[in-house]
Design a protein around this ligand. Sequence first.
Ligand SMILES: C[S@@+](CC[C@H](N)C(=O)[O-])C[C@H]1O[C@@H](n2cnc3c(N)ncnc32)[C@H](O)[C@@H]1O
Length: 442
Amino acid sequence: MAGAHSYGEYTTHLRELTADVASGRSVLHHRLLASVDGEASEQLRRLVPLDYRRQVGAFFTPAPLKQRVSDLLRSRGSSERYLDPTCGSGDLLLAASHALPIRESLKETLEEWTYRLHGWDINSEFVEAARHRLFIAALLRHGWDGQKRKRWPVADISAYFTNVVTKDGLEALKEQEAFVGHIVLNPPFHVVSSPLSRPWTTRPTSAAALFTHQAAHHLADGSYLTAILPDVLRSGSRYSSWRTQVDKILRRCSLDTYGQFDEHADVDVFLLDAKVTRQNPFQTSSEWWDSGDSAEVSFRSVNDFFSVRVGTVVDNRDPLDGPEYPFARARDLPSSGEISTPTRRRKFSRRVFEPPFVLVRRTSRPSTSQNQPRLSGVLVTGDGPVAVDNHLIVASPRDGSLKSCRTLLEVLSSRTTSEWLDNRIRCRHLTVGAVREIPWLV
Ligand SMILES: C[S@@+](CC[C@H](N)C(=O)[O-])C[C@H]1O[C@@H](n2cnc3c(N)ncnc32)[C@H](O)[C@@H]1O
């Protein structure tokens, strides 16, 4: 693909590195180490335009996440084969190689790893980089320190890692129950419309949802899937039907809410680790979030005391007609506390809200510090109906009282709620469902 062509500069560097080793020239050890670490991602950011990286979702797995995957794979003992259907320059295959043994000679190790490591990517430059990096990883595992050797034991590097190839992963995954082993996956996250059948939606959907669904179908019973996925798949209401579909094939072994992907990609991810058990008719599945201790203590939630809805005004789209009302917008509100009536006004012809009520901003980052609550509400106390922008969530007390609203402010800003919410939903856009479920701990 043209967009990743410029990555060829780095692939050439890797090719020269392995050629130097093959011909017995000495190579600086730290250059070998860098090539199997973060260098491939750094070079991706330097050489491939951000627009193109976004278009194909090319964000290679950073070292800490790679380590998590590697620990997880090793804890399970090595699988017969590993496949990464969107392998990029091979970071997850490198993580998988840590779970593989080495043999007496480098040649034997390379032969075995060639059989056991499979990878696909639409970008040939990434695929070639992945093959060279796996080769260097095998060298390092055999204690290669970069110094001159009299005789190089491997004649033809291109004979190895022949199952790491340029291919459209989604197409190739269509074959059902074809792979016995372990799929490792960090797919593109962008939203796509795809001609593939998607039993969970008819609308454009996350490529990550598509890849995971196809990967689960591609695996034979008893095989495993470990995937790095955007948090919206775990916690978003629009993916609840996707979760139901996936639960029909996969038994989740663990769900690790990891947090932000890395400092360059501001998206929260989780690690799904699951086993294919489509033969189990009695399979029941739990929620994709841990309801935690608080849910055991409190059987009541915000929904028992408040009617929670999204504001109804789409400011740049809704016509200025109908009666004029005070108009609440997120950017005009204080960060917390109480106000009487918003001073901005607007005409509006649909649903408005009668105070008292509590407004909650829909964007909320997972908490980064113990002292900073993730949520805070603003209580609107005034008389007369208010039009509310759709970037705000409106919580109206079922008993109509100011007292309940003030209790809600306390509940929202409590440490317990922040912790509960970080577990329940890590993506920035709060859902009404998540706010309704907040445990009512007072
Ligand atoms: C998020 S990156 C992950 C790369 C690698 N698995 C890792 O963890 O570092 C996603 C990769 O998917 C590739 N990709 C996008 N669409 C694809 C498709 N239809 N088939 C195969 N690979 C694809 C991109 O080129 C990119 O390298």
